[in-house]
Design a protein around this ligand. Structure first.
Ligand code: NAD
Length: 327
């Protein structure tokens, strides 16, 4: 298929492009490089530097390419920034998304996989979180992703599109050639590995008095390759015109505590990692783990790289060869 990946110069989108190409698809990446890296786009993919908010430019690219389906990864995705600057998030994640849908209609493209987030659920008392848990996002990032999911449902129904939203918490790990290069980096595993590499003096652990076995927060980490496979699987799944659906993607277990992540990173790297404990951050729940039972049942997806050693080992290997400007 001829598939357009928005945000395909970013962390997860570039791995989605890599997996699509390996599966024999053709890929056009649309990315304004606000956060992405041109050199993360695989050589076999076409690339156009386009802003999602430019409907005419996006529609022209879709039409010229003969696009058959879109995987929509482009977004602003920093929770703290979204609280400080909600307009940026509504603009990119909602208006940008709706603009993409308008361009798809103009180019007669009817198939979309949307990279949403498990932040749409907010602070749930039910763990692990399945798709029936009430969606009450606690920050503008989650709220804008949910707003777009809602719009998708109505657009699918009215315009006979087919869409799947994938909700997950923390992407982690790397392939042999692509990994995480966020700036600023806010994700635990790269921050821990930066410390192991001697580029940061210590890792801050926010709160060690949570009601969890070792007192630190428990989170879900899904290998980026497993996430990419889920996006491709969802894209190829049978779906009636006019229908939209959502799946959660989780690690398949009970999640991992911050201390477990740090201990595993010490094991993988063979280096001690200094910890500094700080007070809890406001709004950080004790446990956040997604249940992927539904996508396992309906599409046969399961994480294949679900151990911390696998996830952290791949991220550490990538960090040794990642371009220098990312550090
Ligand atoms: N990283 C995670 O742990 C995680 C977890 C859950 C969901 N997600 C979702 O997955 C997607 C990808 O996340 P990521 O970590 O790879 O992020 P990323 O920042 O690495 O990639 C996003 C890409 O989108 C591009 N982009 C942003 N605004 C754009 C615009 N207006 N027009 C064109 N391109 C634009 C950026 O340049 C960047 O390359 C996002 O939608 C995010 O919300 C990520």
């Amino acid at each position: 298929m001829r598939i357009v990946v928005t945000g395909g110069a970013g962390y997860i989108g570039s791995v989605v492009a890599e997996v699509l190409l390996a599966d024999g698809h053709q890929v056009l990446v649309l990315d304004n490089l606000a956060k992405g890296h041109r050199d993360a786009v695989p050589d076999g993919a076409s690339f156009s530097s386009v802003d999602l908010l430019d409907e005419h430019a996006v529609a022209t690219q879709l039409q010229r390419y003969g696009c058959e389906a879109v995987i929509h990864m482009a977004a602003d995705s920093l929770v703290g920034e979204s609280v400080a600057d909600p307009h940026k998030y509504y603009r990119t994640n909602v208006i940008g998304g709706l603009t993409l849908l308008a361009a798809m209609r103009a180019a007669a493209v009817d198939r979309l996989v949307f990279s949403s987030t498990a932040a749409v659920y907010g602070d749930s008392a039910v763990q692990p979180i399945d798709e029936d848990v009430a969606q009450r996002p606690t920050n503008p990032y989650g709220a804008t992703k949910l707003a777009f999911e809602h719009a998708l449902r109505w657009y699918c129904q009215a315009y006979k599109l087919r869409a799947t939203s994938l909700r997950y918490f923390n992407a982690a790990g790397a392939t042999a050639t692509r990994g995480e290069r966020h700036n600023p980096e806010t994700h635990l595993i790269p921050l821990v590995l930066e410390t192991a590499a001697g580029r940061s003096p210590y890792v801050t652990v926010f709160g060690d008095d949570y009601p969890t076995p070792d007192g630190t927060c428990i989170r879900d980490y899904v290998h980026v390759l497993d996430l990419a496979r889920a996006h491709v699987l969802a894209l190829l799944a049978e779906q009636e015109p006019g229908s939209s659906t959502s799946y959660n993607l989780g690690c398949g277990g009970q999640g991992f505590s911050v201390r477990q992540v740090i201990a595993a990173a010490e094991g993988v790297t063979g280096r001690p990692i200094k910890i500094v404990t700080a007070p809890r951050r406001p709004g950080d729940p004790a446990v956040l783990v997604a249940s992927s039972d539904r996508i396992a049942r309906e599409l046969g997806w399961r994480p294949l790289h679900a151990t911390l050693e696998d996830i952290i080992g791949s991220a550490w290997a990538w960090m040794q060869k990642a371009p220098v400007e990312s550090h």
